[in-house]
Ligand binder design. Sequence first.
Ligand SMILES: [Zn+2]
Length: 431
Amino acid sequence: MFAARRKGYGFDLQAVEMATRAGLHRAGAAVLARLLSERGDHAARVACACGAQACYHDHRPKRFLTALGSLELERAYYVCPCCHQGQSPRDAELDVAGTEYSPGVRRMMALVGSESSFEHGRQQLELLAGIDVSTKAVERQAEAIGTDIEAREQAAIHRAKQLQLPEVCAPAVPVLYIEMDGTGVPVVKAETEGRVGKVEGQPAHTREVKLGCVFTQTYTDQEGGPVRDADSTSYTGAIETAQDFGLRLYTEAWRRGWSRAQKKVVLGDGAVWIWNLADQHFPGAIQIVDLYHARQHLWELSAKLFPNDTQARKQWTAICLDQLDKGKIEALVKILRDLQPTHAELAKIVVNEADYLERNAQRMRYPEFRGQGLFVGSGVIEAGCKTAIGARLKRSGMFWTVRGANAIIALRCCRLSNRFEDYWADRSGAA
Ligand SMILES: [Zn+2]
């Protein structure tokens, strides 16, 4: 390259820097292989899973891909005289057992695979890190890490179920919020077999992800409005039943200091499953229906009541919204009940809306909640549905299996909750 420059052919710095990096990676891989190989320095016997002692047999090579490229190392191989099982304890020590990728490379694959499509992730790895892997490998490794994160989560959920979670000894949280919501993710056909879709008579094309978040509030601003503690939001979610999700969110809330929160709040839209879970898992919490959802209900109803009379619609909506904002739900219910439209279908809609307001009346005392300096909107979880789920799982042309989606959701929630570093520290036993 330098010779070419001397001859006047110009100089391609990009080619030179990439080639130099590749060369230094190869040199680094050679150094790493020497450092990691164990020769002569090995135990004669190691414990076997069967309870007996496995004996040293020979040294065997293992090849895997690292951040510096592919390398091969020699490690001791043991065979058990009782059960004839072979093993290399070094693999577990290096966290490369059963895989051809080092932890560093798997971490990169998990990161890019959680951010965007697996193919896009593969391209990023190639350009940014000089790591050449297949798209399928990115998918497999990202899903494997996500599955492992979820398995650890399930272990914590199991401990919570047995009431074995450690009591957290940290200062009391002033206000702890729990928000939850559902959002659909497109899935492959086999995952919706026998399920009823949103449109009557048509099969479902999506499955619902239930997403929850927990955050804290310590201060209010000068006007007495609530301020969310910076970086205090953690997320958890999956495609699963409301029952399983309830335990998942309970575990997360516990981790965040549920037991020592001075004030507890559950925020959500009007969905029945949300309030069932709130009653079951979060007793004593103040329950608040998202104000903007409630307003939306009134807007939609007024559009049906006054399809052609803009003036009347505006007037009616203004009166209703005013009652809602003032938390005068009984008065609002009366306005609706007095309507009694003659059109049967419309009458049914009005009754439904009146029932919805009546059922949630205690969750709509907005002046009271504001007076306590609390949030009355569930904007955090709605934004979470977009950033945690939509941005990765709802792209056009993407169809997920439940297993694959849940792995990537676990991975994304872990990263959004700032726990990805902890996960790797845990894996290597350094935590
Ligand atoms: Zn054995």
